[in-house]
Design a protein around this ligand. Structure first.
Ligand SMILES: N[C@@H](CCC(=O)N[C@@H](CS)C(=O)NCC(=O)O)C(=O)O
Length: 205
């Protein structure tokens, strides 16, 4: 049995959707960021980074969304959530997810989590002011990359829930999603998927 450590409104939603899509048996543990549970001694024993998601299984703890998504896809080959047998396509998928993790998510975090990078309130405000531009630049690139209904083209993969989560942050980051027609279509298409609906019901529940 897998256990996903989760907090509502976070990037952990991508892993939750992936688990819902996979057919793997899993349970969830919700953390309250409002109560600082991600930094509680008990949770830090599971993930010393103090972040979600963390996925716990028989062999130990996995963190970092691209790694968790890759693990889920490889653990449920029948669900066809990644091009596991094609090294080049697999690398393309990982490149996309790595970009979301290392660049898009980090650009977003400069709005709610600027104190990670600076103590000076003026510097924190300056970082926040830059978020709409940085996010729009990222999504201009992503919009140009999208060539089909899904990130990988005709085939749904675990890049899709991850993009869905990041594009869902655009309004709160001061970017009008309507500027990106293909990204907006992708978001709407994702909302039709039962796995996404189940995950969102849990997120909001
Ligand atoms: N690189 C990590 C980032 C994880 C991360 O930053 N998660 C945020 C939620 S989106 C978090 O747990 N923040 C808690 C905090 O900063 O205290 C991943 O992709 O999984």
């Amino acid at each position: 049995m897998l256990t996903l450590y989760y907090a509502p409104g976070t990037c952990a939603l991508a892993s939750l959707i992936a688990l819902e899509e996979s057919g793997l048996a899993f349970e969830t543990r919700k953390l309250s960021f409002a109560n600082g549970e991600q930094r509680s001694p008990d949770y830090l024993k599971i993930n010393p980074k103090g972040r979600v998601p963390a996925l716990v299984g028989d062999r130990g703890v996995l963190t970092e969304t691209p790694a968790i998504l890759g693990f889920i896809a490889a653990s449920a080959p029948a669900a066809k959530l990644a091009p596991l047998a094609d090294p080049f396509e697999m690398a393309r998928l990982q490149a996309f997810n790595s970009y979301l993790c290392s660049t898009v998510h980090v650009n977003h975090a400069h709005r709610p989590r600027g104190s990670r990078w600076a103590d000076d309130p003026a510097a924190i405000e300056a970082m926040k002011a830059k978020v709409p531009q940085n996010m729009a630049d990222c999504f201009t690139l992503i919009e140009d990359m999208l060539e089909g209904p899904w990130v990988m083209g005709e085939t749904y993969s675990l890049a899709d829930p991850y993009l869905f989560v990041m594009s869902g942050w655009l309004p709160s980051d001061g970017v009008d999603p309507a500027r990106f027609a293909k990204v907006s279509d992708h978001h709407a298409r994702m909302l039709q998927r039962p796995a996404v609906q189940r995950a969102l019901a849990f997120d909001r529940g």
